[in-house]
Design a protein around this ligand. Structure first.
Ligand code: AMP
Ligand code: MG
Length: 499
């Protein structure tokens, strides 16, 4: 490497000791948060570090050492420039307003501005008790931390907006959930940790000035273009609605069930946020409930667009002091159409349909009915469609995934007719389909296997999945088994909120 290049690189890379912090949230009034240091976790060690995320912070992944990561993110030392706080927010949990929420176990360590001028929040999840912990212990367990860490990378790989993780730190400290489990800490990296519930807090406390202060902060930081609008708050809300509509449309297009869509788990940037008992479905089941404690199915897969719409109405309610009611109502009324348009767009792409035809919605709905009725593995079905030149060959290929050949054939005939209307040549269509139809998704059993190994001290599977899921559209023969039929025991996995 030339000296010049070396010099240029050393100017652009940083170490954990000199990250470029500029903490803007802490400049808001002191009652927006509680200043609190992380509580050190006992006997920490590094489990995994994500090289791609380290680059977002201008860190050179080859220079990150396990000891420093475990020290800083196990709560044993403060990163120079960090000023940790627990943010205050509230929210609607399962439809009921809870004023007592806030960061109960995660701390915003600060904001790093990288050389591209991007501002990234560093949030340490599992950092210990805060003023908002209520009866909680302030910790996160290894199981759920692995799930969140892997999910961030899986979503990113699919191109779905999400928070991510820089690293995962293990510990010998133990806590009780449904059983004794070991603790871990996840350093979450995202542009935003502001939730719908941040706004709800000030609305329900009757503090319109603070509500405005928070909105101004968000506009400055995230919605710069809203400033020029006649009502910048309305422009901000419009942007939140449209990002959120796109997000939930992508979830529905890929069979993702969030599991706990409370308003405190909704990011104002429309990112998948606060992973808990989520599922990428194996078999396509609209009524799938991911969280076994959600007995009513409030957050079932097919409820998500409606629930997200309802959550947006909670946010609208909270913004009433800043935005006329009629304008908010108009935006809310526009949500279903926005959602539907994003959903159609992605599902068309998954089927290799680049043009738009009036019957496409029907074709897609009927396919979803077929997948449901025949209990089809959605990911495998779509990926298989990419590999064949005509419907006869497709039929043979997808047949093993579907039991009722007649039903499948009837749909295939219509699909074939629809494909005739497409101008793209077959190789182009296949290439485009492979770019939106993953070969790999983070199935619950895959995470479960990695968790079991990690609990026994073997972190290789976590790290393997991290790199596999980063490129879910690529053929990765070493991991072929994850693209095949799921093992029987996958169906018995039960997930709960306890994390
Ligand atoms: P969640 O279900 O993870 O979205 O969390 C809902 C609320 O409970 C948030 O205010 C969390 O900070 C808080 N919380 C969850 N788990 C814990 C815990 N172990 N200790 C303290 N607070 C927690
Ligand atoms: Mg949460």
């Amino acid at each position: 490497m030339s000296t010049q290049l070396k010099q240029a690189m050393s100017e652009t890379t940083r170490t954990l000791d000199n990250l470029n912090f500029d903490n803007s949230y802490i400049r808001l009034p002191a009652y927006f948060y509680q200043r609190v240091d992380p509580s050190p976790l006992e006997a920490t060690h590094l489990i995994s570090v994500n090289p791609e995320v380290s680059k977002l912070l201008d860190l050179d992944p080859t220079k990150l050492d396990a000891e420093s990561l475990a020290k800083f993110f196990g709560g044993h030392a403060m990163l120079p420039g960090a000023e940790s706080i627990a943010m205050k927010y509230t929210g609607h949990q399962f439809g009921v307003y809870n004023p007592d929420l806030g960061d109960g176990r995660g701390l915003l360590l600060g904001e790093v501005v990288n050389q591209a001028g991007e501002r990234w929040d560093l949030h340490l999840k599992g950092a210990g008790r805060t003023a908002y912990s209520r009866s909680g212990d302030g910790r996160a367990v290894l199981r759920s931390s692995i799930r969140e860490y892997l999910a961030g990378e899986a979503m990113q790989g699919l191109g779905i907006p999400t928070t991510r993780g820089l690293c995962l730190v293990g510990s010998e400290e133990q806590v009780f959930r449904e059983q004794i489990e070991s603790c871990a800490a996840l350093l979450r990296v995202s542009r935003c940790h502001i939730r719908f519930g941040h706004f709800e807090h000030f609305f329900y406390r009757g503090r319109p000035d603070d509500l405005k202060r928070l909105a101004d902060y968000c506009i400055d930081r995230y919605f710069e273009s809203a400033k020029a609008a006649e009502n910048p708050y309305l422009a901000m809300y419009q942007e939140i609605v449209s990002r959120t509509a796109r997000l939930v449309a992508l979830w529905q297009s890929y069979g993702f069930v969030h599991g706990v869509l409370n308003t405190d788990n909704m990011s104002i940037l429309g990112e998948t946020f606060d992973y808990g008992p989520y599922t990428f479905m194996d078999v396509y089941q609209p009524a799938h409930i991911s969280n076994h404690t959600d007995q009513q199915g409030r957050y079932a897969f097919d409820q998500q667009p409606g629930i997200v719409h309802w959550n947006l109405s909670c946010l609208a309610q909270a913004l009433l002091p800043l935005i006329p009611r009629e304008s908010l109502e108009t935006e809310l009324e526009g949500f279903p159409a926005q959602y539907q348009s994003h959903y159609l767009q992605r599902m068309r792409a998954r089927l290799g349909l680049l043009s738009e035809e009036a019957d496409d919605q029907q074709l897609i709905d009927d396919l979803c009915r077929l997948l449901t009725h025949q209990k089809v593995d959605m990911t495998r079905f779509f990926r298989t469609l990419c590999d064949f030149s005509d419907s006869d060959a497709m039929l043979v290929a997808v047949q093993p995934l579907v039991s009722d050949r007649q039903m499948l054939k009837a749909w295939m005939v219509r699909y074939e007719q629809r494909l005739q209307q497409e101008a793209a040549s077959l190789p182009i269509r296949q290439m485009q389909m492979r770019a939106v139809n993953p070969k790999y998704v983070l199935r619950n059993y895959m995470a479960e296997e990695a968790i079991r190994e990690a609990q026994a001290g073997n972190y290789k599977p976590v790290n393997d999945l991290l790199s596999l899921l980063r490129a879910p559209f690529e053929e990765q023969p070493a991991y072929q088994r994850f693209a095949e039929e799921v093992p029987d025991w996958a169906g018995w996995i039960s997930l709960s909120c306890s994390s």
